[in-house]
Structures are given as C-alpha cells and as structure tokens.
Design a protein around this ligand. Structure first.
Ligand SMILES: Nc1ncnc2c1ncn2[C@@H]1O[C@H](COP(=O)(O)OP(=O)(O)O)[C@@H](O)[C@H]1O
Ligand SMILES: [Mg+2]
Length: 384
C-alpha cells in the first residue's frame, strides 16, 4: 500500500496527467511527471517535473527513483521505457497491459482469442494484402494503422469501391488492421478499476459521440437499456480479469440496433469519457485510478446526477481566448481548462461539464452555454 504522503510518478504530462496530479495532491500525495514538453499541462501542478523524451533512460531512472509507484496517462510510450521503470519501482497497470492495448493488432487478437465480441478484422501489410482482404468484406470498411493511432488519426474509412493501391499509399504505414464498418446506434464506454486482489468496480456506462474520430461529448448516464448496460459492465469486468489489470481500464464499445455490443478499443488509463465522473460520481475516475495503483480500497462510484461533458477543442480559439464569463452564470456548469498556451484546431484545450436533473436538460444548457462561443468562432450552433 502506498499511503498519502508518498510520491506517485506519472509518465506523460498531458491533461490526463494534470487531472490525475491535481486529484493526487488533494489526497496528500506528491507527484513526479515525465514529459518531453517543458510547458506540458501537468508540469505546473507536479512537485517534480522532468522534461525528456519518453525513451531517455537517465530521465526514466530519475522518475523511478523519485517515485514510490508509477503509472502513465498516455498510450504511445515505448513499452521498454515502462519495463525499465518497473525494474526499479512498481508500475501499474503492468507494462505488458499497455504493450497489448497500444497496438491494434495485439488488441484485436486478444479480443478474438478470448471470444470478446469485436468487429470482424484482417491484418494487412501491403497494398496487395489489402486488395485481397477487401474482397472478403462486402460492405464499407475502416483501415486503421496498427500503431500510434489516437483521436481518429491513422484511420481511413473505405467505400466498397475503394482503390486498394490508393488507400494503402494514403494511410502510409507499415501494417494496418482492416475492419468492417460498424453501423452502431450508440457508442458506449465503461471505465473499470481493478485491484490486485481481483476485486473490480466499474463506473456505469457512458454514452459517447465522436466527430471526425474525436470525442465531442459524453452523456451520463448512457441512454441505453438496463440489459445493455449490464452486459457492458460484465464485458468490461471479464476483460479486466483476463488482463489481470491493476489500475483503471477504459473499454470502448459499439452498441448495435439489436442491443448487441462489440468491443472497439481498450485504454489502460483514465479516459476522456470519464472526465465527468469528477462531478457526477462519488469517486472520480482520477481518484479511482490513484486508489487502484496505490493499493487503497476502491471508492464508491454511485451516480450523483445526470450530466453531459463537451470537449473544448482549439477550433473555439480562432478569435483568441473565448469569453467564458457567461458560463459562470449558468447553473450546473463546471469549466476545466488545461493551461495549454497554444490552441490548434482539434487540440483538446479543456472540457465543460453540465449537471442537470435530466440528460436532456444538461444538453439543452450545454447548447445554451456553448453556442455564443461557437458562433463567435464561426462554428455552427449545436442543436441536439
Ligand atoms: N469499425 C468502425 N465502424 C464505425 N465507426 C468506427 C469504427 N472504428 C472506429 N470508428 C469511429 O471512429 C472513432 C475513433 O476510432 P477508434 O478505433 O476508437 O480509434 P482512436 O480512438 O484510437 O482514434 C470511434 O470512436 C468511432 O466513432
Ligand atoms: Mg477510441
């Protein structure tokens, strides 16, 4: 058990690291962060901020030696780096869990091997292999880079008539996963924390809407049936058990029209869809992650109220810093800004959580809050 007062090391200093660090600090922990960027969001809230590439072995040793336990907030870390840290201090989730989840081929093969329902796929490593694989998929498909994908990057939706040579040169990666396009009615995610003892606690499912591959909003609780919600929790807990997870895992799911679920992705870390747990559950995903990696009892995740979370992307900053002041006059809104000094289109700059008596009311208030800011930035108004 790593009690408050000890130091938690975090590999990665983005917004997830910042929110983890802020929560850990409230609990009395010290924080050490490693990130290649000097001005990363977590650095100003860490006790020790190391600036070095993720494969700098001297910096990795310093992070390990400064910490009592180490976790990570980012998936594209060389697994060798985590293995090096793990030879000095405990790392949770285990580096081998990241090794599996950070690579789409390994992730899909794992899901298939243990019969977790997931989209049909084939692995391709050349234009010819893609051409041959495409003949076995009658409908639309999606070509996804095997490595380094995030926020919809490294993906190509393909029509049945797609030219394989052209698609292969466009995706421009050594290996990829070709999978069926899934006509889902809803995207869900389940975040589950698991202790070394095997006890696991899932948050109720979140409903997610993506735009161009990037999470646009999360609705809580998910507007799905009780049966589907129960099935989602059970899938997440079986996956966490199979991985022998210690820590937090995000399980992204597609819900089909008949209520059937397919597992899309696994993320062994705090997850964008769980940000609203800070305002809507007894224990936030950040605290739950800290509890799990420090060997503390897991917290209650009972929902407190419905809410919606909107990601605030750099596109809102085209005319400079938006005027946030009207938001503070709206009931139930909680603004989070990550302290990033440069806004680029698509960059996650912050998020807004709106709590209300119903999800519909939260969405209505969210539109009311965001539309003046969107209009000023030349973006279309949100309607639903
Ligand atoms: N096979 C698919 N069929 C339909 N939509 C998909 C499919 N795969 C991904 N998507 C859409 O793209 C989003 C991002 O894809 P995902 O595989 O989760 O990659 P990442 O989040 O790592 O960029 C998903 O949340 C979903 O909205
Ligand atoms: Mg995803």
């Amino acid at each position: 058990m790593i009690p408050p007062g000890k130091t938690i090391g975090i590999v990665g200093g983005g917004q997830l690291g910042r929110m983890l660090a802020l929560t850990a600090r409230r609990l009395g922990y010290r924080i050490a962060v490693l990130d290649p960027e000097l001005a990363c969001p977590a650095a100003p809230v860490a006790d020790v901020a190391l600036t070095a590439p993720f494969d700098d072995s001297k910096a990795l040793r310093r992070l390990a030696e400064a910490s009592d336990v180490v976790t990570y907030e980012f998936e594209n870390i060389p697994v060798e780096s985590l293995r090096q840290i793990a030879s000095i201090r405990p790392v949770f989730p285990d580096p081998e869990v990241l090794h599996l989840c950070q690579h789409r081929e390994r992730e899909r093969e794992f899901l298939k091997k243990y019969n977790f329902p997931s989209p049909r796929f084939e692995i391709v490593a050349s234009a010819n292999e893609l051409a041959s694989a495409l003949t076995r998929f009658p409908g639309k498909t999606r070509l996804k880079s095997s490595a380094f994908g995030y926020d919809g990057k490294g993906q190509l939706p393909l029509e049945p008539s797609a030219n394989p040579q052209q698609a292969w040169s466009q995706i421009n990666v050594p290996r990829a996963v070709l999978e069926e396009h899934v006509p889902f009615v809803r995207e869900l995610s389940v975040l589950i924390a698991r202790q070394a003892t095997g006890l696991s606690v899932p948050f109720p499912p979140f409903e997610n809407r993506h735009q161009e591959g990037v999470l646009e909003r999360t609705i809580f609780p998910a507007r799905t049936s009780a049966t589907t919600a129960t099935a989602a929790l059970s899938l997440a807990s079986q996956i966490a058990d199979q991985l022998k997870l210690v820590g937090l895992l995000g399980v992204e799911l597609f819900e089909l029209a008949d209520g059937k679920l397919l597992v899309n992705e696994l993320a062994p870390r705090v997850h964008n869809s769980g940000h609203l747990t800070a305002e809507t559950c007894h224990t936030s995903q950040f605290e739950q992650q800290i509890r799990a990696v420090c060997g503390l009892p897991l917290g209650l995740v009972t929902p407190l109220c419905p809410a919606v979370m909107f990601n605030l992307l750099g596109d809102l900053w085209v005319q400079g810093e938006p005027d946030w002041s009207p938001l503070f006059a709206l009931p139930g809104t909680v603004l989070h800004l990550y302290g990033k000094s440069v806004a680029r289109p698509g960059r996650k700059m912050g998020h807004l959580t709106i709590r209300a008596a119903t999800t519909e009311e939260a969405i209505r208030l969210g539109n009311l809050a965001l539309n003046p800011i969107r209009t000023k930035a030349g973006l279309p108004a949100l309607t639903a």
